[in-house]
Design a protein around this ligand. Structure first.
Ligand code: FAD
Length: 480
């Protein structure tokens, strides 16, 4: 038997379910990655950090697979890398290689599910099997259900059931072993090479100079750095000026780290910080489960009655939010962080999303798309879940009458304004007690701080107290 492993959002050569199963069941295993023009052509910019991240990770994976096959069989292997529509390229490649089956790790996004079913259909027409494996989450689909056998829609009981299932299922976090299997990685044909970034139509987007190291090596370095401070996670995670979180989300998104390894580390560690972090990994499983059971959330509110909400058409306010010109420093600093780095701290994602929906009255879907185009770690399940949480339209969401106050949140989570000053140098000289609401500076204080509100830094685009009342009225329709 021979097989093709199709790598997608699982760019590693260790603890890899599809590679493990292929090597167990087939004597000869080819590995491939496709730069999918169906996805790439739809990206808004030709300079995209995610494409650069994937490209660097694919280069590293090719080297790692080559080293692995040299160790196992004395001859080099590696990754066959193609550029084109994956749903055409994969069946064609499988036929050219004459494999009996294609193995891939399961994806839970509706578009990926539809693509995979078309691929499976084409392969079946050629007499080739398609085997998909659980890999990117710990528990998927129907593996964690309520006592009545229904999917959960509230997180805390889901987490409790998830942890119970983990205790019952001792092997759930075991690594999928790659070495020591019966199968061998097939050697690559001479002349096989990885297309350069430019050949797939992209330019470098500044990833190499950023704080996000790519590939398995990058994921390992970030994980080791975080492992040493995981005990402080529960206390530090909400403060964007601190190095309190793991910064592993992009690696989790592209599978350059293994979710099982991370969850096993947190579970085994046992400190309060590790428990809090494991809970975040469970949120990740939760939103993937939600998306799989409720694919309509991609375009619609999880709570159907929320489709009755009438949002404001406010292109000027939307542009101010996107361009970090709202006049609320914590929101603007967050939006600059996103623009400059492709990352935004979780506390700030919650705040920026809440501000768009509940201070500006704008449909969460616009904000969700804006984040989707920019986040390095953009993940449909988590982004949609996060936005619908903040907009109070989702499952287990923030209650609609709880509206973050951007000034008090700023005072609480960036008390000295270190994060704000980092991203808004125009406010660097503003004293701490005015920094969270700089429009309260009088003219003399503005002169002393070297900033003119309304000129060097915007005046607030809305008054929070009035916006809050408008939002309460807007959501009032839900009571009817
Ligand atoms: P850590 O705090 O170290 O958490 C570890 C991991 O747990 C993360 O890497 C992530 O994989 C997972 N995680 C943490 N929080 C959540 C959560 N609320 N939901 C699901 N998984 C979580 N996360 C994404 O991975 N991609 C997104 O596109 C995304 N969009 C978001 C949009 C909004 C409006 C909100 C409120 C949250 C969003 N999140 C998203 C969740 C969260 O903000 C990020 O996962 C986190 O900030 C990434 O940083 P980290 O890796 O340092 O996280």
């Amino acid at each position: 038997l021979s097989a093709l492993v199709w790598f997608r959002r699982d760019l590693r050569h260790f603890d890899h379910a599809a590679l493990h199963h292929a090597l167990r069941r087939a004597g000869r295993v080819h590995c491939a990655f496709v730069f999918d023009s169906g996805i790439l052509d739809a990206l808004p910019s030709r300079r995209d950090r995610r494409v650069e991240f994937i490209h660097a990770s694919v280069v590293e994976l090719d080297e790692a697979l080559d080293a692995l096959s040299c160790r196992a069989a004395g001859s080099g292997g590696g990754l066959l890398v193609r550029h084109g529509r994956a749903e055409e390229v994969v069946p064609r490649l499988a036929a050219e290689l004459g494999v009996d089956a294609v193995f891939a790790n399961r994806d839970y996004e509706p578009a990926a599910i539809a693509r995979d079913s078309r691929v499976a259909q084409r392969l079946a027409e050629q007499g080739i099997g398609f085997v998909d494996c659980k890999d990117q989450v710990v528990f998927e689909r129907d593996e964690v259900l309520t006592r009545d056998g229904k999917p959960f829609s509230v997180f805390t009981p889901y987490r409790n059931a998830w942890l119970k299932r983990l205790d019952a299922d001792g092997g759930a976090l075991d690594a999928w072993r790659i070495e020591g299997q019966a199968g061998r990685l097939a050697p690559k044909a001479p002349g096989e090479r990885i297309p350069a970034l430019a050949e797939i139509g992209f330019e470098p987007a500044g990833l190499s100079g950023s704080a996000l190291p790519a590939g398995m090596r990058g994921g390992r370095a970030l994980f080791e750095d975080f492992a040493a401070r995981i005990d402080r996670y529960a206390d530090a995670r909400d403060f964007p000026a601190l190095k309190g979180v793991s910064y592993l989300s992009t690696h989790l998104r592209f599978g350059t780290v293994s979710i099982r390894e991370l969850a096993a580390f947190a579970h085994g560690h046992g400190s309060e910080g590790a428990r809090a972090w494991l809970s975040e990994l469970i949120w990740r499983d939760f939103y993937h489960m939600i998306l799989w059971h409720h694919p309509q959330v991609v375009a619609r509110c999880f709570r159907p009655e929320c489709e009755r909400l009438r949002w404001d058409e406010a292109p000027g306010l939307f542009a101010a939010w996107c361009e970090a010109r709202t006049g609320y420093p914590i929101v603007d600093a967050a939006m600059r962080q996103l623009e400059q780095s492709g990352y935004m701290h979780n506390r700030l994602r919650m705040l920026a999303a809440s501000f768009l929906v509940k201070d500006l009255g704008i449909d969460w879907r616009l904000g969700e798309r804006h984040f989707a185009a920019r986040l390095n770690d953009y993940d449909l399940a988590a982004n949609n879940g996060g936005w619908q949480w903040a907009a109070s339209t989702g499952c287990d969401a923030q209650p609609w009458f709880r509206i973050f106050n951007p000034v008090t949140q700023s005072q609480r989570f960036d008390p000295e304004g270190r994060f704000i000053r980092r991203y808004l140098p125009e406010l660097a000289q503003v004293p701490e007690r005015f920094l969270h609401a700089p429009w309260t500076l009088d003219a003399a204080a503005q002169r002393a701080a070297g900033v003119r509100i309304g000129i060097d830094y915007p005046a607030p685009v809305v008054d929070h107290a009035q916006a809050r009342l408008r939002t309460l009225a807007r959501f009032g329709v839900l009571k009817a």
